[in-house]
Ligand binder design. Sequence first.
Ligand code: SF4
Length: 374
Amino acid sequence: MTTTDLDCLELVKRVHPDFRAVWERAALQDQIALARYFLPKRSAKEVVEPTRPKVIKWYCPFAAQHVFPSGHRYCINSYVGCAHNCAYCYANGYTLDRVCPKEGFEKLVDKDVSDLEEFEVPAAPVHLSNSTDALQEGLESRYRHTRYALERMLDHRRRFTTITILTKNPGLPVRDGYLNLFKELNVLTLDNPKRKVFEREGLPALQVEVSLAFWREPARIFYDPGAPSVEDRKAAVVALAGARIPIVLRIDPLFPRSPVAGHKSLADFGLEEAQTLDDLRGLVAFAKQVGARHVVYSPVKIIQPRRRKMTDAMVRMKQVYRAMSYPEKPVWRGGSFRLSKDIADRDIVLPFLRICEEAGVKAKFCMTNLVETP
Ligand code: SF4
């Protein structure tokens, strides 16, 4: 063992308890590799956290592993911000109101993949992206940063397991010739340590998670004003399925439906009806038709945006949550207002799960979907 290895093991002892489980689960050599890649080696702090200032990052620096056991996995945010401007955007809670490319993105990716190789970091899943749409039209068609990151991951395929691309713009990769790249990424190379497991269990090595929460255009325009239309997204999903790209359909988030609190409609609160039961049946039937691996759901959270006002729609949605929660109040947790689990299950989630069950479509709660992606 070298001096650097011993220093890394000393550093591991200083990892914040919220993140320590990732090291505790790893073999000794992997602990050293993870420390070299993720931890601030020159930090004088007594307690250190995985804060690495490049682009292939620790999946979620905000969540403790005992609450959100994301394990060793990466997130790449190819851009800053997102032009889709969804009324319910969760990223508004921690990002600022800017939409732009990242300076020096390609060089940062190069540096990260070269470090992953040099430090011999074990293979892990990677997600694009948490805080932006990696395939959003204006930025990706001009800068191709996501394509660049995917190409480098193909060059270093043994350092990554499942590559998940989450988007509301599935038409871009279909139109701009990304499908061959997706197909190549969907095969683990002979030197990938997880190849046999993936083959034995029939797991895809790449999946495209298409976010399609609405079935009618008026709802899409109201809640996802900057994102492609329902029909465009459906056509692109059909094309992805035709090219045999593994697809997950995110019917996410799930919204309250009229009548609210027994007698009011969403229109009474100044809101567009987001998802009728027929809409949900349409979405779930579509997931089945295109052979989606499963669908993903979670009840909508009312995010308090960072340093700016809540969107009008979410101010109204908060009133809906208040009416649904009465005489109690919505729960404030993790920077957002939510329904209590009992109310969310009864009024939002369980009717959706029944539709999935009747259609024979597997449904996964969003966090379960993430932690079960190997
Ligand atoms: S697509 Fe995602 S990141 Fe972009 S605005 Fe909508 S919810 Fe936010």
